[in-house]
Design a protein around this ligand. Structure first.
Ligand code: ZN
Length: 165
């Protein structure tokens, strides 16, 4: 369980846990503020070349040292496709072009909080592969021979892809 707000972000009154309808939420009795918790949206790219998928090795926690699909959180004023392309560039040094929406999955095992992952299929248009930002290493892996994968949603997507290949 991730940490929750203790004080009302609007009036600084201590929040109380209470029911709003059927959901337990943090509520402000003073000003009526209700703290709605939602999954944090993230976007990523699935790049498959000759039966091998591009993965990044995680430099930081959570799941440091495991591999994942290039992805990251969407900035407030950023288009979801721009996030996918930006994360690909930051983590792999590769410019990409999005081909199609591949999958939308909820991630329930990120200790920072639940996320909603929007995954696009994409192909490389330019650049030299090089690990950057929060990637320690990058590489193409045959779908039938993947390294240890971080996040259940990534394992699900890659598993389905391997089953189809
Ligand atoms: Zn308040």
């Amino acid at each position: 369980m991730t940490k929750e707000f203790s004080y009302c972000p609007l009036c600084a009154t201590p929040l109380e846990r209470g029911y709003e309808g059927e959901h337990l939420r943090m509520l402000c009795r003073a000003c009526g503020y209700v703290h709605y918790r939602n999954p944090a949206p993230a976007a990523g790219v699935l790049i498959v070349e000759n039966g091998a998928v591009l993965l990044v090795k995680r430099r930081y926690e959570p799941f440091k040292g495991l591999w994942s699909i290039p992805s990251g959180f969407i900035e407030y004023d950023e288009d979801v496709r721009a996030t996918a392309a930006r994360e690909a560039m930051e983590e792999t040094g590769l410019a990409i072009e999005i081909d199609a929406l591949h999958a939308v999955e909820t991630c329930f095992d990120d200790p920072r909080g639940n996320t909603l992952l929007v995954l696009y299929r994409a192909h490389v248009t330019a650049g030299t592969p090089s690990a950057g930002d929060d990637a320690e290493d990058i590489g193409f892996f045959p779908l039938e021979d993947l390294p240890p994968i971080a996040f259940e949603a990534h394992r699900k997507v890659l598993g389905e892809l391997a089953g189809r290949a």
